[in-house]
Design a protein around this ligand. Structure first.
Ligand SMILES: Nc1ncnc2c1ncn2[C@@H]1O[C@H](COP(=O)(O)OP(=O)(O)O)[C@@H](O)[C@H]1O
Ligand SMILES: [Mg+2]
Length: 472
């Protein structure tokens, strides 16, 4: 050891300037510098001691790794990686990213540098998996330039710009009743098949955004293709990065996809883009988080969900929002699956608290063929106050009151227990609400609405049952 020290000092002190550029001593010095740091050139490793369907144990890494570190190993079908999800005295538990039925006992496992997602302008228009590898047929992805700066940080609450610049989504029922602002986080709540994904795609087509990042978690493969090619459409896809983890991928990939999507969104936000992040669905993300946490031994607390699920979800959503001065913003629209009429679903409950608003879709409305099946009475945008002009707010309130009157009396009217002419307000509601409903119907291929209030007024007028717009 001492001898090495002495000779290396001598080497370091050799006056480099006096040597020719191709002198072997210089090459030797370069090699020496590479290996000078302690541990350089060596990879920490261990060996597999137990294998189960979704996890395996590795001995020899306990003292040198941290939670979330990525390890690499060789399966029969090539190099694979996984993440350390639990550390014990004797061994660590690794959850592989891909199915690993070819792992054998005693197999070596090495600590890897980790998955580094370095997005690039050229990612727009592309679809990637949770590890940032291309999954479309457009060839390799351009590698982003690693600037050496650390991963983007979530701005502190006080450094953030305020959320107060409204934008139009082009979807009339949203822009009238639950108008949104840049940097807002909003949830679309509904059972399955009620139109969440379709509404998300329509919102993604809003002109208001420079870049759209779509995270599709736990969907079937066929649905993903339909969503990207038909529902989102070519025009929006050109500025979209899709991050996909389908239902047949491991829980680790499904858990990771929203994180990767957020990383991409942060990249574009820091370059000044107004980014829309669409996550479909957060419930499936919660399922993946649950699967991984339970597999690594965490006890379930609420309906089978371990506690960490309810800290991981806010941590992810907190990364959306407005950026610091000069940066762009990340507006997040996420879908939440509400099974049946289960309003006590712990995921829906906890997510509702983190969001700045929720849009509720109802099966009964969809069954009437009224799409998007939004119930405006149950939907709230906490930033609507900032988004509406005064006259728009007044009109929206009047429309809500009328719709509420109409829906409350539906049964009475069906029974024939109401006679027209006794209540002028109700008469007006009965006349106009069906026309309003008609005006709010919109499908993905329909033209977007630039002034939803004007569109609505025009529609009512065309039916010659005018509702007067308040003076501006
Ligand atoms: N805006 C819409 N216009 C017409 N049909 C719609 C609309 N939204 C949803 N649908 C219908 O509902 C079906 C299910 O919608 P989808 O968005 O896949 O629901 P979810 O994501 O909630 O499961 C679609 O296949 C379509 O037939
Ligand atoms: Mg869907």
């Amino acid at each position: 050891m001492e001898a090495t020290e002495a000779s290396s000092t001598a080497l370091a002190e050799t006056p480099a300037r006096s040597l020719a550029p191709d002198n072997p001593l210089l090459a030797l010095e370069r090699v020496y510098r590479t290996f000078r740091q302690p541990g350089a050139g060596m990879r920490r490793g261990g060996r597999v001691t137990q294998v189960s369907a979704t996890h395996f144990r590795v001995r020899g890494l306990s003292e040198s790794t941290r939670l979330g570190d990525v390890v690499e190993f060789r399966g029969e079908r090539g190099n694979r990686s996984g993440e350390i999800v639990q550390i014990g005295v004797d061994d660590v538990i690794v959850a592989p990213y891909e199915k690993c039925d070819d792992i054998v006992l005693n197999q070596p496992v090495h600590v890897d540098r980790g998955v580094v997602i370095v997005p690039d302008e050229g990612w727009r228009g592309r679809a990637v998996d949770a590890l940032g590898r291309p999954i479309d047929d457009h060839g390799p992805l351009p590698r982003g330039v690693r600037t050496g700066e650390a991963a983007p940080v979530t701005p502190s609450p006080l450094a953030r710009q305020r959320v107060e610049t409204a934008f139009r989504t082009g979807v009339r029922v949203i822009d009238i009743f639950t108008p949104l602002c840049y940097g807002q986080r909003i949830g679309i709540f509904a059972g399955s098949g009620v139109g969440k994904s379709t509404l998300l795609a329509m919102l993604a087509a809003a002109d208001a955004f420079d870049t759209v990042v779509v995270a599709l978690v736990g969907e079937r493969g066929r649905e993903v293709r339909e969503f990207l090619e038909d529902t989102i459409g070519e025009a929006t896809m050109a500025k979209t990065v899709a991050v996909v983890a389908t239902s047949d991928e491991s829980a680790m990939m499904r858990r990771r996809a929203p994180d990767t999507a957020m990383r991409v969104a942060e990249h574009f936000r820091d370059r000044g883009h107004r980014v829309l992040l669409v996550l479909d669905s957060i419930t499936r993300l919660a399922h993946a988080l649950r699967e991984v946490a339970i597999g690594s031994g965490e006890p379930p607390i609420a309906r089978g969900y371990p506690a960490s699920v309810f800290t991981d979800l806010p941590r992810l959503l907190e990364r959306a929002g407005p950026g610091t001065d000069g940066a762009g913003s990340i507006t997040a629209i996420i879908s939440v699956l509400v099974d049946g009429d289960d309003h006590n679903d712990p995921v829906a409950d906890s997510v509702r608290g983190i969001l700045d608003g929720h849009v509720v879709l109802e099966r009964a409305i969809a069954e009437q063929g009224r799409y998007p099946a939004v119930n405006p009475l149950a939907s709230v945008s906490r930033l609507a106050g900032k988004a509406w002009r005064d006259d728009e707010r007044a009109l929206a309130m009047r429309l809500k009151a009328m719709i509420s009157r109409f829906e409350d009396t539906r049964d009475i009217r069906l029974l024939g227990a109401y006679q027209a002419g006794t209540d002028p307000e109700l008469d007006q509601a009965v006349r106009q609400v069906p026309v309003i409903y008609e005006a709010l119907m919109q499908s993905p291929g329909d033209p977007v609405s630039h002034d939803p209030f004007a569109d609505l007024a025009r529609h009512l007028k065309s039916r010659e049952k005018p509702v007067e717009r308040p003076a501006e």
